[in-house]
Write a protein that binds this ligand. Structure first.
Ligand code: PGA
Length: 252
């Protein structure tokens, strides 16, 4: 059975003491939430150990926000998949639009990171999505299609549940303007068709989650769509009450 996923991407926020408070508040808010939903927290690298210590063996899983594709060596400033596993991570977010747009990450780089992570035992959330300009000229499907096809190229998945695709329209991230459930669903259907053509029935277990200005007020409608299997939360995940509210609605 495919579980819903709610993941909080803290981006470049939270000093260690703040990460500790936020994690503790989230954990206490989650006490009575049902088990059949995957909950992931992605703090910055500097707070991974704090969050890892607090979540321990609880149901909450740790994620990093980025990774490098080599195992070790002379790559100043980079962090390998094995290091993330060592730090307690089960998941890693790859190809977020802020990394593609601000840091110049290409589809090829994204693909290398996906392969290295999966083979070293990390589960992957790969982000795709079009810019406003691309949407306005009617290129949404084309852009998302090519990002997804590139991410999946030559990929062997031992377990489809270890691979999550997050559709995050760039114009909806941090803007307060989320895609309508129908707009999101249309793109999710396209992504599902691509995964289906590559992985056949197994593709049903690949979760396709939505991200971009998700909050406690719009999550319910989004999750009513057949092909939306959860959400990647930015801003609303920095507040324990709103994150817990989203998780609770997703778990209903
Ligand atoms: P947002 O960010 O919820 O603040 O729009 C989502 C994301 O970037 O993952």
């Amino acid at each position: 059975m495919k579980k819903m996923m709610v993941a909080g991407n803290w981006k470049m926020n939270m000093l260690r003491y703040q990460a500790k408070d936020l994690t503790q508040d989230i954990l206490s808010g989650l006490v009575d939430v049902k088990d059949d939903i995957d909950i992931v927290l992605a703090p910055p690298f500097t707070a991974l150990d704090v969050v890892s210590g607090l979540i321990g063996n609880s149901r909450v899983m740790l994620a990093a926000q980025n990774v490098f594709w080599e195992d070790r060596g002379a790559f100043t400033g980079e962090i390998s998949p094995a290091m993330l596993v060592d730090a307690g991570c089960k998941w890693v977010i790859i190809g977020h639009s802020e990394r593609r747009g601000i840091l110049g990450e290409t589809d090829t780089v994204v693909r290398k990171k996906i392969k290295a992570s999966l083979s070293d035992g990390l589960n992957v959330i790969v982000c795709v999505g079009e810019t406003l300009q691309e949407r306005e000229v009617g290129k949404t499907i084309k852009i998302v299609q090519s990002q997804v096809e590139s991410a999946l190229m030559d990929l062997e998945l031992d377990d489809p549940q270890r691979f999550v695709i997050a559709y995050e329209p760039v114009w909806a991230i941090g803007t307060g303007e989320n895609a309508t459930p129908k707009e999101a669903e249309d793109v999710h259907v396209t992504i599902r068709e691509i995964t289906g053509s590559i992985f056949a029935q197994d593709s049903e277990l690949i979760r396709i989650i939505y991200g971009g200005s998700v909050n406690g007020d719009n999550i319910d409608e989004l999750l009513h769509m057949e092909n939306i299997d959860g959400a990647l939360i930015g801003g609303a995940g920095l507040d324990a009450d709103s994150f817990v509210k989203i998780v609770k609605i997703a778990g209903e």
